[in-house]
Design a protein around this ligand. Structure first.
Ligand SMILES: Nc1ncnc2c1ncn2[C@@H]1O[C@H](COP(=O)(O)OP(=O)(O)OP(=O)(O)O)[C@@H](O)[C@H]1O
Ligand SMILES: [Mg+2]
Length: 455
């Protein structure tokens, strides 16, 4: 049985104690509340199940049940009562109670019901996650943005997804959402049940890229001991996403062009044509026109790809979406970090909306993630958002190299110490303040022998 955190709500301390004893035997953590008010106040995303007394000094269990269900419809609530009445039971089930137990109850029976309820929610959560990790996150609604520019983009992506016309070229600066758009197109199309495969053209040496993409026959080259099926074949019926197409060498460009025009290709070392039905989505943040002019990108392929082109706007071009995106990511990281940040202060919003976002939505996501990691209050404040424009300025102002020079090692040590002090020794937070990861700060703590200073 999975260990869980259980909220026990009852005004009688003896009942709370008994339940708490029994449930901790099963490895659960029990938190207690003795009034309707404190139950609602204590409830939060860390609670996996609630045992709720029907009669509370300041209200009845049904009211609490309603409030809890409004906050989290998935959490199982088991109602306990000394007055058995069918009506109350029916009403409780209608309000979403998982179960209903009469006092005095049999502790072992109740523990069994608790176990079942937890198992049910665990499964439900798993399914939800599974669903979310598959097609859901790539529904068109996952593309955040309410500006006219983004509405237009969403319309275009939807049109592209539902049109059978195969090839698509995605363009746009780094971090504008080309990966996301490619997945959205695939998962909103009637190919969604078939594979989505992607490959980054710049990530592999040319020969390897060719055999990854088209496969090879046995003996095609020294290491080819067996036949290999390429990405295009394994994605039959689905979509292949070719990222950074601008980096593909001309010889491969020719082979790709032939595939786009004839739907056929030969495996490396093979002589027979292989035919598959695959939609190709290509992406680049390079200036392809320039590449055509300089001869590194084939003009015929460029025209073939250009038929259906979608340009992802830079965040500067739809800056009005910044608040929406910020809140979207606050929500994401509230769940991920189990925090309860409610939003940004007006000052922080000013910082965010006046920034120029060279790294686009990826940079915004990272900035919010970092701020959320450091946040200790309900609202994100500007000091949690050292965006490079402002950070560059303030560090340049406060940190001019002294005339006599400086000992960089000492300075580094000093900054690490200050970061640890400011975060009361929390290494993750201190690392975030310094733009380091946990391993990097641990390394420095050891290097400067700061463990002792920490205790
Ligand atoms: N409209 C959007 N709404 C919500 N999140 C977005 C949006 N666009 C992009 N993102 C998020 O921003 C991050 C960067 O997006 P993505 O990886 O798709 O960018 P990219 O254009 O492929 O960048 P690169 O050129 O560097 O590969 C991802 O976490 C993605 O989920
Ligand atoms: Mg990308």
């Amino acid at each position: 049985m999975p260990a869980a955190t259980i909220l026990v709500v009852d005004d009688e301390s003896l009942i709370r104690w008994t339940l708490s004893q029994r449930l901790s035997q099963d490895g659960h953590t029990v938190v207690e509340a003795d009034t309707a008010r404190s139950a609602i106040a204590r409830f939060g995303p860390d609670i996996d199940l609630v045992l709720l007394d029907f009669k509370l000094p300041d209200g009845d269990g049904l009211q609490v049940l309603k409030a809890l269900k409004a906050a989290d419809p998935d959490v199982p609530v088991i109602l306990l009562t000394a007055f058995s009445s069918i009506e109350t039971a029916v009403e409780a089930m209608k309000q979403g109670a998982y179960h209903y137990a009469n006092k005095p109850f049999n502790l072992d029976e109740l523990a069994l019901v608790v176990g079942k309820a937890l198992e049910t929610t665990r499964l439900r959560r798993e399914v939800k996650q599974l669903r979310a990790s598959r097609s859901e996150p790539y529904s068109i609604n996952r593309i955040i943005g309410a500006s006219a520019t983004m509405e237009q983009l969403k319309g275009l992506l939807q049109k592209v997804a539902s049109s059978p016309a195969s090839t698509v070229l995605l363009r746009g600066e780094s971090g504008t959402g080309k990966d996301l758009a490619a997945k959205t197109i695939h998962y909103s199309s009637d190919r969604s049940a078939k594979p989505f495969m992607n490959i980054t053209c710049s990530a592999l040496p040319d020969a390897l890229l060719e055999s990854e993409l088209f496969g090879h026959e046995r003996g095609a080259f020294t290491d080819a001991r067996n036949q290999k099926i390429g990405l295009l074949e394994s994605a039959d019926g689905g979509t292949v996403f070719l990222d950074e197409i601008g980096e593909m060498v001309p010889a491969l460009q020719a082979k790709l062009l032939r595939f786009l025009e004839e739907k056929a290709f030969k495996r490396v070392g093979g002589s027979a044509d292989v035919r598959v039905d695959v939609r190709v989505i290509a992406a680049t943040n390079r200036d392809l026109e320039e590449a055509v002019k300089s001869g590194s990108f084939r003009e015929d392929l460029y025209y073939r790809l250009n038929v259906m082109q979608v340009t992802l706007p830079s965040l500067r071009e739809h800056a009005t979406d910044v608040p929406l995106l910020v809140n979207f990511y606050i929500d994401v990281f509230n769940r991920e970090f189990r925090k309860n940040v409610r939003g940004v202060t007006p000052e922080a919003l000013d910082v965010l909306t006046s920034y120029h976002w060279p790294g686009n939505i990826r940079e915004l996501r990272n900035a919010v993630e970092r701020a959320m990691l450091l946040a200790e209050a309900d609202w994100l404040t500007p000091d949690l958002l050292p965006l490079s424009a402002s950070r560059g300025l303030s560090t340049a102002q406060t940190m001019e190299l002294p005339h006599e020079g400086v000992n960089l090692d000492t300075l580094e040590r000093e900054l690490v110490v200050q970061a640890l002090r400011r975060t009361s020794g929390n290494q993750t937070k201190a690392a975030a303040l310094l733009g380091l990861n946990r391993d990097q700060i641990r390394y420095r703590i050891e290097k400067f022998r700061l463990e002792k200073a920490l205790n």
